[in-house]
Design a protein around this ligand. Structure first.
Ligand code: CP
Ligand code: NVA
Length: 320
């Protein structure tokens, strides 16, 4: 069974086909010829955290592919009252054709995948957010290889540098470290001392065949990280589940705000990206969000097209 729990669940060799599909689904959206590979299928979405982009893009995307999205707030199903993840996976597998899960502990999506018998998509855990990284990579590639599709899109990423500032121990930082290595990009992260990427991502990098020492650079100096960067990326300083640490996080992360000065220290044509939601005036200044080189809303839109490609690929892999 093919799942999408982490970036490396698609091999490098599968990326040109996936990116071509996302490109084609974007182009054919709303046309009568648009493919409907999920016709007759229902995909359940189990969410334990808030969401705007992920929820809406998956619900709309499944519908556009001919399927039926079934949104399940964790607390509305017995999982929220202690039914096991294993039993939930086994029962839902008898009803639906796939599961999309947003939760805290990454091990929970792995358990759902191993206990169930349908494809599982990670819609964000405390550890990784792979759907976001694939949509982000597609968005950058569209800019760097205008009009291209397939292999040329994927090749446009190779050798580019991404600078990630702020909470360098969060799910987005981890996911970008793994994603950058998969796409052949370089990544420098700048954040407070106590927030260097942790043992969990190093262990995963090793497991996936990347030497952690060569896979990324970590510095406490934001100017060093952005030097020569093609993309400056940030995320909220207080991820979902970390609310009680808000005061301390804002205190230690303030030197890592993406200000106009920091953005100007990257390459002159560097792009600004953010997975959103953004807190203007905290991790990024309003002038950077509003810059013509800020592509945050293209990035958000591409969640739809890329996730439709992922859904269609997993459904096709299951039929094969
Ligand atoms: N970027 C992202 O995943 O946004 P949501 O939390 O709104 O889904
Ligand atoms: N790091 C953020 C990402 C939100 C899309 C969080 O986990 O809340």
């Amino acid at each position: 069974m093919k799942h999408f729990l982490k970036e490396t669940d698609f091999a490098r060799s599968e990326l040109p086909k996936l990116f071509a599909l996302a490109h084609e689904l974007k182009r054919s959206r709303g046309k009568r010829s648009a493919p409907r590979p999920l016709a007759g299928q229902t995909w359940a979405m189990i969410f334990s955290k808030s969401s705007t982009r992920t929820r809406v893009s998956f619900e709309v995307g499944i519908h556009e592919l001919g399927g039926n999205p079934l949104f399940l707030n964790k607390n509305d199903i017995q999982l929220g009252r202690g039914e096991t993840i294993e039993d939930t996976a086994k029962v839902l597998s008898r009803f639906v054709h796939g599961l999309i899960v947003r939760t805290y502990d990454h091990a929970d999506v792995e358990t759902l995948a191993s206990a169930g018998s349908v494809p599982v998509i990670n819609a964000l855990t405390d550890f990784l957010h792979p759907c976001q990284i694939y949509a982000d990579a597609f968005t950058m590639a569209e800019r760097w290889a205008k009009g291209a599709t397939g292999k040329a899109l994927v090749d446009a990423l190779r050798g580019r540098k991404i600078a990630f500032l702020g909470d360098t121990a969060c799910n987005m930082a981890n996911s970008w470290i793994l994603g950058a290595n998969l796409f052949g990009m370089k990544i420098s992260l700048a954040g407070p001392k106590g927030f260097a990427p942790g043992a969990e991502i190093d262990a995963l990098l090793g497991k996936e065949g990347f030497a952690p020492k060569a896979a990324y650079q970590f510095t406490t100096d934001p100017m060093e990280a952005v030097r020569g960067a093609d993309v400056v990326y940030t995320d909220v300083w207080v991820s979902m589940g970390k609310e009680e640490e808000t005061k301390e996080r804002i205190r230690v992360m303030s030197p890592y705000a993406v200000t106009g000065k920091v953005f100007a220290a990257a390459k002159p044509d560097a792009l600004f990206m953010h997975c959103l939601p953004a807190h203007a005036g905290e991790e990024v200044m309003p002038e950077v969000l509003a810059s013509p080189r800020s592509i945050i809303f293209d990035e958000a839109e591409n969640r739809l097209h890329m996730q439709k490609a992922i859904l269609a690929s997993l459904a096709a892999a299951r039929r094969a």
